[in-house]
Ligand binder design. Sequence first.
Ligand code: LM2
Ligand code: CA
Length: 500
Amino acid sequence: MTHRTPPFTRTRRLLPTVALAAALALLAGCTTSGVSASATAAPAVRDVGVQLFQWTWPAIARECTDRLGPAGYGWVLTSPPQEHVLGSQWWTSYQPVSYRLESRLGTREQLAAMVTACHAAGVRVYTDAVVNHMTGQDAPGVGWAGSSYSHYDYPGLYSDAAGDFHHCGLTPGDDIVSYQDATQVRTCQLSNLADLATEKPQVRQKIAAYLADLVSLGVDGFRIDAAKHMAPEDIAAFTASLPAGTGVVQEVIRGSGEPITPEQYLANGKVLEFSWGRDVKGMLAGSIGPVLALGTGSRYAPSDKAVVFVDNHDTERNRSTLSYRDGATYQLADVLMLAGTYGTPLVHSGYAFDDRDAGPRQDARGAVLDAACGAAPGPGAALQPGDWVCQHAWPAVAGMVGWRAVVGSAAVVDTWSEGDAVALGRGGLGFVVVNNGDSPVATSIPTHLPAGTYCDVLAGGAPVSGGRCTGSSATVKGGEIVVQVPPRSAQAWDVSARRG
Ligand code: LM2
Ligand code: CA
C-alpha cells in the first residue's frame, strides 16, 4: 500500500447525504441486473468512530477537518482530558488529580476549539471519562495543572475526611485480587488506584458536574473507563442528568465465568464488546469461515448496544487482540469489522511502541507533540517507536469507512466462503472480498451488485463521473462478480464507484 490517493478520487466521500442519495437513486435507475439499489438503499450513516489514542486537541481538530469528516468517520474518541499525574508514560492520563480540563494533550480552550472544528466537519466528540478512581500514588505530588494532592486527598474535590474513598478491607493493601468476587472488583482498588465511593451522593454529584462541564463545551458522549469497577446503578446516577442523546459507552471487559457482565450495564447505554476482537484474532490465525457470523453468539452484547473494535490501547499492549504489529492480517480484521452489521465500529489509531509503558512523543515540559500521519500510511509502513500509526488513514480502512457510508444499514444479502477467503454483500450496494490466504483468489462469486464494472474502493475508488480506476476493477455480469484478490488483502466495491 504505497500509492497516494489523488484527492479527486475521494469526491464521492465529500457529497452531502442528500446528493449521495440522489446519486444512488440515479445509479439504481440505470441498473440492468434487475436489482434495484433504491429498493434496498438506506440513508448514509456515519457510525464509525476512531480512537485517536494520545492525540493532542489541536491535532484532533486538524484531523477532523482534513480527514475524518471527508472520509466519513462519525465520531472520535479522545484520551482522558482531565488533569493527571506527572510522568512520561501514556497511562498518567488514567490517574486523575482534578477535573480541571488541563492535560498534556491540551488546554480547556484547545479542547473547546477541537469540539467546534470536529462538529463543523460532521464528527462527534467522545472523551474518556476516568471516574472510578483518582491516582495510584503513595507519595504526595502535584498534577499537570499544578494541583497538589495525596493518595486519598484532592483538595477541593475528594478526601478521606469526607468519606469519598473506598477502603475495602477485604484484601492485602485493599487491592483487587479476585475477579470472581463482585464486591472486591467494585470496592477494592484497581492497581492501587484510590477507589471513589461512587455509591455516595456527594461523589456522584462531583462526577456528574465533571461530565456536565464537558457537555457544556459541546462534548457528545463518553467512554466510561473501568465501568466494571463501578455498580451499574452508580453509573446510572451520574449519567442521569446528562442531556438526552449524550452517548455512554461503558468499558466492561468480558471475562469468562466472572459475576460481572457487560449485559448488566445495558440499561445505561452501550458497552465495549471485547469478544469480537478476541475471536477475530483466532479466526484469522486459523479458519476464517465463521468470521461472517461473529456477533451472533452468546458472548456478544446485542448489536445496537455494542461498540465493536479490533483492538484498543490496552489490547494492543497485552496482545489479547491483533494490533498494528500484525500488519496485513490486522488490516483485514478492520475491513471485516467495517464490512459487517454487528455493532458500532471503533477503529483504533495509536503510535508505535516497543515498551508498553512508553508515552507518546513529548516536549521537554512533557506536553505531547501534535500527531501527524506519514505520507503513505499503511500496514507495510516502516515505523520507529513513537511514530503515529494512523490506522484510520490506511487506504483499506478509510476506504471501508466510505464503503460503509454507501451501504448504510442495508442487510447482508450475499455471503461466500472458500478456503482462507470470505466475501460479503450488503443490499446490492456494496461487496467485499477478504483473502487471508497465501495464494490469490481468482474466481466468480454470486453477488447482488448490479451489473457493471467497479473500482476497488480500498485502492482509491474512482471519479464519480466514471473514468479510470486508481487501483484494480472488477466486473459484475449475470449475477456474479469476477474477482482477482492477491494474498492477505481485501478488495471492496460499491455502487458509488461503478464506471460504465
Ligand atoms: C482502564 N480501563 O478500565 C484503562 O483502559 C487502562 O488503560 C487503565 O490502566 C486502567 N483502566 C486504569 O484506568 C492503565 C495502565 C496501567 C496503569 C494505569 C494507571 O494499563 O498500567 O497503572 O493506567 O495509570 C500504572 C502502573 C501500575 C501502578 C498504577 C498506579 O502500571 O503498576 O500500580 O499505575 O500507580 C501500582
Ligand atoms: Ca470502584
